[in-house]
Design a protein around this ligand. Structure first.
Ligand SMILES: *Cc1c(COP(=O)(O)O)cnc(C)c1O
Length: 378
């Protein structure tokens, strides 16, 4: 499969499975692998299958469409879709045996209505805001939400299977908000248990907390980015026994000799210091290569790490490879595990002022995705 650019996102399914196994082994308790946002850009269904092959107990996605796509592909594992706005098709969720989450009374009412419509009791998670101020019911609203959920459970409309929250600073393991959030979470759990919601799993830990904060593990952990082998703490994934699953590569489309003083790409923000060879790489910001990578981001080309010369354009960028031998068709690696001298997504993130999460979830456009490894393959 080619579109003429040779631009590929290569995903190593065995790495996803191995990372999941490392994390699962480390925590010694159930693990929900988060596969939202098309498996963090690695492919929803193959990533989910690979994580399950690696020992994930459950899957988590943000929106219902992602959950239904997994079910349509034949993935039967327990599955939570947590970001449901008003009017979400909760009946479809319940019919497909998808667990849902609510954080407000109106959401609970919609779940109860869907349960009655379908005759299928919901498996529900209640989301507490313990300090992130994002999803989740505030502690002011929590007792009322819990009481309403307990009534609905007694009525047979649902079972509360999860009590959960999300961390603000897990990637800064000594931050004072961490202890504070854990304490608020325990308080929220206490309120729910006192209301009779005694069978729910407590889950709080994202990747960073899974790697660094055992006090946050409770009954289940919920890692995303670490499953794909990226270090949630922004360091070296290998320190945690993780291996990046994604390699992003393209092929040189054109080379040319130019004299010293040639202005390169829009705005001439790079000028050749000497006579040199330029290599054109046919991927750009329309494909998820950040424009901020101009004169900043590293790639592996012609046997060495080189910085992109001048601006990243919509469809292409340029490299100054000096006198290295390079020809059209030669491979250029933007990022990968780092084991073959190529940069890592973390190095790209550092160079472009973002986080690897954003890079891997946005890479796409004219890159084709292909898979290596066999974990979870059907
Ligand atoms: C995305 C997300 C996760 C996973 O986060 P990572 O940092 O990728 O591990 C877990 N829980 C919630 C609520 C999320 O939104």
């Amino acid at each position: 499969m080619t579109n003429g650019t040779g631009a590929e996102v290569v995903v190593d399914l065995d790495a996803i499975a191995a990372n999941t196994a490392v994390l699962r082994e480390r925590v010694g308790r159930p693990l929900m692998a988060v596969v939202k946002a098309d498996g963090y850009g690695h492919g929803l269904v193959p990533s989910a299958r690979a994580a399950l092959a690696g020992g994930a107990d459950q899957l988590g996605v943000a929106v219902l469409a992602e959950a239904l796509a997994l079910r349509a592909a034949g993935v039967t594992a327990p599955l939570l879709a947590w970001l449901n706005g008003p009017g979400a098709d909760l009946a479809a969720a319940l019919a497909a045996d998808v667990e849902v989450s609510v954080n407000a009374g109106w959401g609970l009412a919609e779940v109860v209505a869907a349960a009655r419509e379908t005759g299928r009791p919901a498996r529900l998670h209640l989301f507490a805001d313990t300090g992130l101020s994002r999803e989740g019911a505030t502690m002011a609203d929590w007792p009322e939400l819990v009481a309403a959920a307990a009534r609905a459970q007694a009525d047979g409309d649902l079972t509360v299977v999860g009590l959960w929250s999300h961390m603000a600073h897990a990637d800064a393991p000594t931050h004072p908000t961490i202890g504070a959030q854990v304490r608020v979470f325990e308080e929220a759990v206490g309120i729910a248990r006192a209301a009779g919601l005694t069978d729910a799993r407590r889950h709080l830990a994202n990747s960073a907390a899974t790697v660094a904060l055992p006090d946050t593990w409770f009954d289940m952990v919920r890692p995303g980015v670490a499953v794909y082998g990226l270090d949630p703490l922004g360091g070296d994934a290998a320190d945690h026994g993780l291996r990046p699953a994604m390699t992003v590569q393209a092929r040189v489309a054109l080379t040319k000799r130019v004299p010293a003083g040639a202005g390169v790409s829009y705005g001439h923000t790079y000028t050749t210091p000497a006579e040199t060879t330029l290599a054109l790489v046919p991927v750009g910001y329309a494909d998820g290569v950040p424009r901020a990578g101009g004169n900043a981001a590293p790639v592996l080309a012609a046997g060495a790490k080189r910085t992109i010369a001048g601006r990243v354009c919509m469809d292409q960028f340029v490299l100054d490879v000096g006198d290295a031998a390079v020809a059209p068709g030669d491979q250029v690696v933007l990022w990968g595990p780092g084991e073959g001298g190529e940069p890592t997504a973390q190095q790209w993130a550092d160079a472009t002022g973002t986080i690897h999460y954003e890079l891997v979830t946005r890479i796409g456009g004219r890159f084709t995705r292909c898979y290596v490894g066999s974990a979870g393959a059907v």
